[in-house]
Design a protein around this ligand. Structure first.
Ligand SMILES: CC(C)(COP(=O)(O)OP(=O)(O)OC[C@H]1O[C@@H](n2cnc3c(N)ncnc32)[C@H](O)[C@@H]1OP(=O)(O)O)[C@@H](O)C(=O)NCCC(=O)NCCS
Length: 143
């Protein structure tokens, strides 16, 4: 059975090493340093209590900002991202936030497609000289 709920950094780090797309793997220290003043929301997807995906986000003004997303390749296309995202939406709505934002490197095509499938709109582009790192900004309004 697949379930999304609030998890912790240990869950995230246990999946972190399974994400093949990442060229840089964040260490525990990097996660802790980046998130230290952000009161983050860590949403984890579990299959039979095994962590298999995560979304790390935090509140920024009127919106929830997603910082990082990953699903174990062995469990993709089974609705894990969709389930975790739904949980994030509930968190954001309960906090009275109006939208969820994320930005993704242009080369992460599956991530962009999956976000579009979940209702995100592209709202901006920040061009970089090394085009794969051009940033695509997306947001999903919450009604
Ligand atoms: C993108 C990602 C999060 C999707 O996770 P997932 O659990 O497989 O996604 P879901 O099964 O919930 O899919 C939801 C919808 O997104 C779309 N989608 C998912 N993966 C897709 C892909 N590879 N290509 C196109 N569309 C895709 C589909 O429409 C899907 O719905 P459907 O299966 O009913 O058609 C996962 O592939 C991943 O972790 N990729 C690498 C993450 C990454 O690059 N992170 C760095 C940026 S933070």
């Amino acid at each position: 059975m697949i379930e999304a709920r609030t998890g912790n950094l240990d869950d995230v780090l246990s999946i972190n090493s399974e994400i093949p797309e990442w060229t840089t793997r964040f260490s525990r220290e990097h996660f802790e340093e980046f998130l230290k003043d952000k009161n983050p929301e860590i949403v984890v997807g579990y299959s039979e209590d095994k962590p298999i995906g995560f979304i790390v986000s935090y509140t920024e003004g009127d919106h929830l900002k997603i910082w990082v997303i990953g699903v174990d390749p062995g469990f993709r296309r089974q609705g894990i991202f969709r389930a975790m995202h739904k949980y994030c939406e509930t968190i954001a709505k309960n906090k009275g936030l109006s939208k969820i934002e994320l930005d993704i490197a242009k080369c992460r095509e599956s991530m962009i497609s999956a976000s579009r499938a979940l209702g995100y709109h592209i709202v901006g582009v920040e061009h970089k000289e090394d085009w794969p790192n051009t940033r695509i900004f997306l947001e999903k309004p919450l009604y």
